[in-house]
Design a protein around this ligand. Structure first.
Ligand code: AP5
Length: 217
């Protein structure tokens, strides 16, 4: 099964992608994580995208399409969850071309809808496992054992530099202006399903499972 999770910053895409990865062995393809890894490695690409990410703006389509293309080509039949890509109509069109070229079909596009106030609250309380990237929240989702990641057991956690109130505003604006226009693109293909991302994490996961088990369309 190959799925795409869509939704504004803080909607819960990464949280749900990690669950699907853990439960079904699907591969999470998070372009945000890929870019953060480039930054952490100090690569030329990482240095190039740093200021754009910290301003909450979108990295150029050319860079993003090249970044994801090699990952798609390397999947070798494994199911995937796209998280953070595509984010513009040209990226969605490029994804279609890449999938076709590799003989892969997209099975579901799932939109997580969340109120804007809740997004800001979620992002400002977020912290992640430094080792595996699992996402937690100061109030809504603490590790089961305090200070130890549920997924990989690491005790190192980080907060993202773009999770500030000002940057979140810019990220929400980028979502509204550049990413939301891809919703009609997938609706027209009969792939789009929208779910209530305001529900608790387990309840959101349940809604996703129901969609994965239901017939396409
Ligand atoms: P990216 O890393 O993709 O960030 P984002 O889309 O802004 O999404 P987030 O990771 O902030 O949110 P999420 O939906 O994954 O929420 P999470 O599960 O963590 O991109 C970062 C930057 O990279 C972009 O701004 C851009 O510059 C660049 N970029 C990346 N891809 C690009 C592309 N394709 N094109 C151009 N530029 C690109 O949850 C958030 C918090 O809420 C967590 O604390 C979590 O524990 C909590 N939470 C989750 N679900 C719930 C729930 N149901 N109830 C209560 N709390 C919850």
């Amino acid at each position: 099964m190959n799925i795409l999770l869509l939704g504004p910053p803080g909607a819960g895409k990464g949280t749900q992608a990690k669950r699907l990865e853990e439960r079904y062995g699907m591969i999470q393809l998070s372009t945000g994580d890929m870019l953060r890894a480039e930054r952490a490695s100090g690569s030329a690409l990482g240095r190039q995208v740093q200021a754009i990410m910290d301003a909450g703006k979108l990295v150029s389509d050319d860079i993003m399409i090249a970044l994801i293309a090699s990952r798609i080509a390397g999947l070798k039949g494994k199911g995937f969850i796209l998280d953070g890509f595509p984010r513009t109509v040209p990226q969605a069109q490029a994804l279609d071309d890449m999938l076709e070229k590799n003989g892969i079909a997209l099975d579901r596009v799932i939109e997580l809808t969340v109120d804007e106030d809740a997004l800001i609250d979620r992002i400002s309380g977020r912290f992640s496992c430094k080792s595996c990237g699992a996402s937690y929240h100061d109030r809504y989702h603490q590790p089961k054992q305090p200070g130890r990641c549920d997924i990989c057991g690491s005790t190192d956690f980080v907060r993202r530099p773009d999770d500030t109130a000002e940057t979140v505003k810019a990220r929400l604006e980028a979502y509204r202006d550049q990413t939301a226009p891809i919703l009609p693109y997938y609706r027209a293909k009969g792939l789009l399903r929208s779910i209530d991302g305001m529900a608790e994490i387990d309840a959101v996961a349940q809604q996703i499972e129901t969609i994965l088990k239901s017939p396409r369309g």
